[in-house]
Design a protein around this ligand. Structure first.
Ligand code: 5GP
Ligand code: MN
Length: 340
């Protein structure tokens, strides 16, 4: 993987560019993709964002979101665009398995692949150019760095700012996680100068849910939450009957995994949701509890040290039993008094 700086001189040559991101894109995935798209359009490239799957409706306000293709819905046209692309930007994921059914098409495309990502252990051999910095707050911050380092910071406008702000805000838990560096705040200052309306972004993302989502959260807190003080850990299990009963849509469970962290002393939260075809895990932790390694080792997943995900083809009961069986491997760090 060559350094991303080697791509800068190519920015000026109008090309066919695809931007993709991980399945079920979150604020950072969609924000970085659309922030980059709105930037690249200024150089007269042909740019198409393709998402491997659908996404939460609370992202639809983003400038340009109405042009994004959902690969699962628009397979033939997406395949053609991927095949004919000169460059494919891969944002906010580290391994091609994260783009689900698009993986083989991206792999087989003659296009040069470019990585911009902040997850651990990227699949470097797949990418011609790239940058991977796990200490970065978000891929949106990295797209901002890319724009500024290429000498084009002055091209950042309100549209780009709204997209990039959304991803930094969501990936930093509204600017509270440790990766919220001074440079993140300097970036936000620049975005504000460029016309960012931050309150609008917060309202679109956090104040646009339907009633059923809040009632679902209430139900989960009351009935689906196991607080294991011995391990300073909370386990939430959501059976398929609840997914159906509360009519959960893509994105409705986002944020749920963070809520039990508000209990004093809790250092790790795991949530398992019985989805169509798989049991989807999300893990959050504080301090030196490495859920990236834990998710990789036991749940076919990965992510960041303090926020990771995984999946299982076992039944909900079998995979949560597995969780309870492997949790003691973290007992020493979970009972470490230093982080309480
Ligand atoms: P979330 O719990 O919000 O879905 O994901 C937390 C972090 O872990 C995100 O950075 C996400 O990209 C990553 N992640 C989630 N699920 C998986 C997975 O199945 N595999 C890998 N490698 N990363 C995941
Ligand atoms: Mn991210």
């Amino acid at each position: 993987m060559l350094p991303i700086e080697d791509f800068f001189s190519l920015l000026q040559i109008p090309s066919k560019i695809v931007i993709t991101t991980h399945q079920k894109p979150d604020g950072d995935a969609m924000g970085s993709s659309l922030g980059l798209m709105n930037f690249l359009l200024k150089f007269h490239h042909q740019v198409q964002v393709i998402s491997p799957t659908n996404w939460a409706s609370f992202l639809n306000w983003m400038p340009g979101c109405n042009t994004v293709l959902d690969f699962e819905q628009k397979k033939l046209i997406s395949e053609k665009i991927i095949k004919e692309a000169d460059y494919i930007f891969c944002l906010d994921f580290n391994t091609l398995s994260r783009i689900k059914n698009m993986e083989s098409h991206v792999n087989n495309s003659p296009a040069k692949k470019i990585l911009i990502d902040h997850h651990e252990q990227p699949q470097r051999e797949v990418f011609t150019y790239g940058v991977s910095i796990p200490s970065k707050s978000s891929t949106c911050e990295m797209v901002y760095d890319f724009i500024v380092a290429s000498g084009n910071g002055h091209l950042i406008d309100e549209k780009i700012g709204q997209c990039l702000y959304a991803g930094v805000m969501t990936d930093t838990g509204s600017f509270r996680f440790p990766a919220t560096s001074a440079s993140v705040h300097r970036m936000i200052a620049h975005l504000k100068d460029a016309g960012l309306k931050h309150q609008y972004v917060h309202e679109q993302i956090y104040d646009s849910a339907l009633e059923n989502r809040l009632r679902f959260f209430g139900h989960v807190m009351l009935n689906c939450m196991d607080v294991m003080y011995e391990y300073n850990t909370v386990l939430i299990t959501v059976p398929k009957t609840d997914v159906q009963r509360f009519h959960l849509q893509t994105g409705d469970t986002e944020g749920l995994v963070n809520m039990p962290m508000s209990i004093k002393g809790i250092k790790m939260v795991a949530i398992c949701i019985d989805r169509e075809g798989e049991r989807k895990w999300s893990f959050r932790s504080k301090g030196n509890i490495d859920v990236n390694t834990f998710a990789r080792q036991y749940f076919n997943g990965g992510g960041h040290a303090n926020a990771a995900g995984g999946n299982s083809l076992d039944s909900l009961e079998a995979t949560t039993t597995h969780f309870r069986n492997v949790l003691p491997t973290l007992k020493a760090v979970l009972s470490d008094k230093e982080y309480q």
